[in-house]
Design a protein around this ligand. Structure first.
Ligand SMILES: Nc1nc2c(ncn2[C@@H]2O[C@H](COP(=O)(O)OP(=O)(O)OP(=O)(O)O)[C@@H](O)[C@H]2O)c(=O)[nH]1
Ligand SMILES: [Mg+2]
Ligand SMILES: [Zn+2]
Length: 436
């Protein structure tokens, strides 16, 4: 939900503050991070850890503040100040811009800061402008982001606009909730695998949430064969050791154990939600009682309409002593090129098997332990195909076993094109900024 809208509406603000007061009274166990020993863009990159710590201390005494990025809307960055325990206080918000020098950073990333990032910012009296060049109407204090702390974890993909750039989607998260709906839109196992690879690479724990299980009992939507394939898939992931939670977010009372399990799992963590649009990420988050109710479109066909209900990544406090980042569903997921050794490491069920060649890509090589394991059904052929798809650089829509619904793919392509145009516009604005 757009923060600007939230914070301009004063009644809403009061209500939210009341809610937050209540939350604050409850015991929270969210892990804060107090010791910072490294900042990206440190004034002197060759400093030792203790020197950097001293530099940061010095920045604090000069009025710099520490915060967590909770929403980024084009050039406006919403920051929650961190308390002494390193926990973001989402009621203590600042509206910041990013220091201009960071636009020139050659770090091959789409944005200097993303939601979840921890930053140092400086209070500033400068006005903030929206995309039409109008001053943003807000009563939030304003500042400028000067430094960013190194990330402890991230989930990223190739930037669809510039494939040699990285698009970091989530930063500093303790758990990834990979959300898919069984149907409507149909579950795409290839996309789940791509998120799993990212999480394995970054060593972030995951939970796979399969939502809309109510649709499985609708015979018009789910054939017997479909249900069988679905069940087999769930077994495959459980056998690997992944936590798979089946859920109907619309009727949580029908699966109280799943909701209870998730609440317990989320406690004390910053959870990043990932998944396609319309799968129910916001609906699931609403079961965890966030500080703001997330908007969910009443129309279940929203997916086909070519727009997202959630428009920006947004970091929220939950009532269970946890934080979550709600994200707009992504349209394509193309992960960076991995070499076969790193990629196979990200498939945990491959790890016990040995091949003749250490550099084996498990493709055409002789005496390959992985291919042998597939033929002996010790590794599922579906996951092996997924591995090959990622290795060969296919994006999830092209992956074998994924949905091939033609209207849906046409719709996705149209949306992707629209977004590319938006991005090009944004980029030309940025370039103008650099020139000025
Ligand atoms: N049948 C069924 N529909 C559901 C369930 N959970 C959510 N929905 C519907 O699915 C649609 C999309 O839900 P959202 O929560 O907005 O999905 P989202 O993943 O947040 O979507 P984006 O914000 O666009 O990325 C809404 O119309 C929900 O009412 C469920 O368990 N069963
Ligand atoms: Mg949403
Ligand atoms: Zn091999």
């Amino acid at each position: 939900m757009a923060r600007i809208k939230n914070f301009v509406a004063h009644d809403d603000k009061r209500d939210n503050l009341k809610k937050i007061e209540k939350i604050k009274k409850e015991k929270r166990s969210v892990r804060g991070r107090v010791v910072d020993d490294w900042i990206i863009d440190a004034p002197n990159a060759h400093q030792s850890k203790s020197e950097i710590q001293a530099t940061i201390e010095d920045l604090y005494t000069k009025g710099m503040r520490r915060g967590r990025v909770i929403e980024v809307q084009k050039r406006n960055v919403f920051i929650a100040e961190e308390n002494e325990k390193g926990m973001p206080e989402t009621e203590n918000l600042w509206l910041c811009s990013v220091a201009k020098r960071h636009f020139q950073r050659a770090h091959r990333e789409r944005n200097f800061v993303v939601v979840g990032d921890r930053v140092l910012f400086e209070p500033s009296a400068e006005l903030q402008f929206d995309d039409e060049g109008q001053p943003v109407d807000t009563d939030l204090p304003r500042g400028v982001v000067q430094h960013s702390f190194a990330r402890t974890s991230k989930i990223s993909r190739k930037d669809p606009m510039r494939p040699d750039w990285e698009h970091v989607m989530l930063a500093n998260i303790d758990l990834v909730a990979i959300v898919a709906s069984v149907l409507h839109p149909e579950v795409r196992w290839g996309l789940i695998d791509r998120f799993l690879v990212q999480a394995e690479m970054e060593k972030i724990p995951v939970v796979i949430i399969l939502n809309k299980v109510d649709l499985l009992s609708n015979e018009k939507l789910a054939s017997k064969e479909f249900v069988e394939i679905y069940k087999r898939r769930v077994e495959i992931y459980r056998n690997i050791g992944y936590d798979v939670v089946e859920l109907c977010a619309l009727k949580p009372k029908k699966n109280p154990e799943s909701v209870k399990h998730l609440r317990k799992l989320f406690k004390g963590k910053l959870v990043g939600f990932a998944g396609h649009s319309g799968v129910g990420k916001s609906s699931i988050l609403n079961l965890m009682k966030p500080e703001f109710e997330q908007i969910v479109d009443e129309n279940p066909d929203i997916f086909y309409k070519g727009r997202h209900t959630t428009t920006y990544n947004s970091l929220l406090q939950l009532d269970i002593g946890a934080y979550a980042i709600d994200t707009p569903g992504i349209r394509s997921f193309h992960i960076s090129n991995y070499d076969p050794i790193s990629l196979s490491y990200c498939f945990p069920e491959f790890r016990p098997f040995k091949c003749k060649y250490r550099e084996c890509a498990h493709d055409h090589e002789p005496q390959c332990g992985i291919k042998q394991a597939v033929s002996e059904e010790k590794i599922s052929p579906e996951r092996y195909r997924s591995y090959l798809g990622i290795l060969k650089g296919l994006s999830f829509r092209e992956g074998e076993g994924d949905s091939t619904d033609a209207t849906m793919i046409a719709d996705l392509k149209a949306r992707e094109q629209k977004r590319d145009e938006e991005l090009a516009k944004e980029e030309s604005l940025l370039n103008q900024d650099l020139k000025s």
